[in-house]
Design a protein around this ligand. Structure first.
Ligand code: AMP
Length: 209
């Protein structure tokens, strides 16, 4: 199963991705996670990435495309993958089409998780993650157990200010992927408002589970 998860920041792609990868036994390829890992190494490339992420801007296509091509070539992606946060521009989608052609593979579905901007602000600013396990919580909607609450951290780009810029990037550069994949008859819309279980059931229904 070769899947793309599309949707604005805070739509719940990461949360729903977990259920999908467990069900289909495919790896989640999150460009945001790959970029954050590079930033933690404090390499020159990591520093360059940070200048974009902290401003809520997209990292240049060529850099991201190369990382994704390398990742999709790894062994665990042979059975399929769930791309989370990639592609984010039409140029990235075209590059992905080229990569898949070369590998003799095809996309099965592009899931679009739909959530209105007003809802995203509350979701994003309340988001906290556990540095030990990577698990993401929400202070109101998915509160962490009391014994680990103190160690949780907030992503530096999960502030209202940076989110404004991330949403502008989404609407300007990523939303054109909606007609792109609609034309390819791959787009499946999923209402992203509701409980975690309700949204998972909608996504699984589309994926035939
Ligand atoms: P995410 O965790 O998917 O919200 O990504 C966090 C940040 O990483 C984004 O705001 C961008 O700065 C960068 N990023 C992640 N994926 C991409 C991508 N496909 N293209 C460009 N920048 C990306």
């Amino acid at each position: 199963m070769n899947l793309i998860f599309l949707g604005p920041p805070g739509a719940g792609k990461g949360t729903q991705a977990e259920a999908i990868i467990n069900e289909f036994k495919i790896p989640q390829v999150s460009t945001g996670d790959i970029i954050r890992a590079a930033i933690r190494t404090e390499s020159d490339l990591g520093k360059e990435f940070k200048s974009y992420t902290d401003a809520g801007k997209l990292v240049p296509d060529e850099l991201v495309n190369r990382m994704v091509e390398a990742r999709l070539g790894e062994d665990d992606c042979k059975t399929g993958f769930l791309l989370d946060g990639f592609p984010r521009t039409v140029a990235q989608a075209e590059a992905l089409d080229g990569m898949l052609d070369k590998m003799g593979r095809k996309l099965d579905h592009v899931l679009l998780l739909e959530v209105a901007d007003e809802v995203l602000v509350e979701r994003i600013t309340g988001r906290r993650s556990d540095p030990d396990t990577g698990r993401v919580y929400h202070v109101t909607f998915d509160p962490p157990p009391a014994d680990i609450a103190a160690r949780l951290i907030q992503r530096s780009d999960d502030t209202e200010e940076v989110l404004t810029s991330r949403l502008a990037e989404y609407h300007g550069k990523t939303a054109p992927l909606i007609p792109y994949y609609e034309k390819a008859a791959l787009l499946r819309r999923v209402d992203g408002v509701g409980s975690k279980d309700e949204i998972r059931a909608r996504a699984f229904g589309i994926l035939g589970r």
